[in-house]
Design a binder for this molecule. Sequence first.
Ligand code: SAM
Length: 204
Amino acid sequence: MSKKDHWDTIYGQKAEVDLSWHQDDPTVSLDLMLEAGLTSKSSVIDIGAGTSRVVDRLLELELCDISVLDLSECAIASAQGRQGDSGPKVNWIVADVTTWETSRVFDIWHDRAVFHFLVDPMEQISYVERLYNCLDLGGHAVIATFALDGPKKCSGLDVMRYSPDSLSEVLGSRFTLVTHRFHLHRTPWGRAQSFQYSLFRKQL
Ligand SMILES: C[S@@+](CC[C@H](N)C(=O)[O-])C[C@H]1O[C@@H](n2cnc3c(N)ncnc32)[C@H](O)[C@@H]1O
């Protein structure tokens, strides 16, 4: 089964409360974006957004340049359906982040629980190239992954676990680690999952 089929099947068959990563309020993500200087004028892309509430919070903050990207058509359709008419404020993109091509840049790149699925070093390199090319100079990335004491698998797939420092090493010297948070996520059925959220700035 392709990765796209894997994720489409999950979003097609499961309710939100059956998704381990679901959270009603993406507080840590928003806190770090605010620390990165998020304003209503910022352009933000949520990578592998799934049905996350990040886009809802950004719309509440009156941003009008939001992009939401996911490999799963089904997840994008569901997130888009929830917004009703968000008009030109949200650009919905069905794509694989490791092969996606764009010529535009963003102020903030957000990724919660996507990079950690890239276990192949070549995919990691492709991701980091896109991250670099898509961020404006001085732009920021918030990247949340399972922490070193987090789960070894998610949704039946192997994952990589990171500390802020080991993630920083993979991203390379073109990104500066600004700050980080450790966060214990509770799945909808109450199991604890250890995450690290790191905020990076693209070097000037
Ligand atoms: C664990 S979920 C996290 C969803 C969301 N970020 C959140 O925090 O609720 C992982 C998401 O990454 C997406 N995904 C996995 N691999 C991807 C890839 N290579 N490119 C784009 N999206 C991908 C999946 O479809 C899924 O929505």
